[in-house]
Design a protein. Sequence first.
Length: 269
Amino acid sequence: MSAALAPAKLNLALVVGPRRADGYHELLTVYERLQLADRLELAPAERLTVDGFPEDTLVRGALELLAAAAGVEPRWRVTIEKEIPVAAGLAGGSSDAAAALGLANATLPEPLPETRLHKLAERVGADVPFFLRPGAHLGQGRGTELEPLELPRDYAVLLWLPDGAAKTSTGDVFAAFEARSGSTGFGERCTALADALARVRTPRDLAAFPPNDLVRDERGEELRGLGAFRADVTGAGPTLYGLFDGAEAAQHALEALSGRGRLWLTAPC
């Protein structure tokens, strides 16, 4: 049996452009991984089984793709211990799929090389390739064209999933984006993000990143009022995040928001 952690991701910036010929939208995003994580165990089995998370489709689909590419039967049993909230913009399912791919690939007589595994991951979901690599990355295209980033990590992260918040389907989120002509000015926002990235030296420099193009939430202002130097929505939402100078400041904000939703105190990893 082998095991791995599957970390949550944070979109520290998400700039979205026009629809591409393949139906996806052009985007530029800053991916960071968090200490908040699911745990996966993988063991040999007579047939492919995924336990612990009945709603899973991504882990099963990823392992079926891997087995087909390697010319073997998908004889693995995966057990998932969920800590990352589901459908919250934190890509827990994508991270689980990447962790399962890595664990299962290592059991093959001839493991697939990194480039082939990356291509398989792209077929599972746009966020999956990021989780196959360590560290922060700039994602381009669909988000699958990855460039490593050196970013400061000495800050605390408060995640807030407010009571009553529910993720709108990704299709609906993008439809609303198109309805408000959200892609207008995409090039300028990409330039602004590139300029801000070039100036990052300390955690507080992350505050200069442009806000999430897909989803806005006025409760971000409340997080800033509680001391966050940056607050926004991650991914397609609905989870908000606040970045704080340290764990003590983030803990005070968590206590202030207690009773108003689910809260997690974490940090980059």
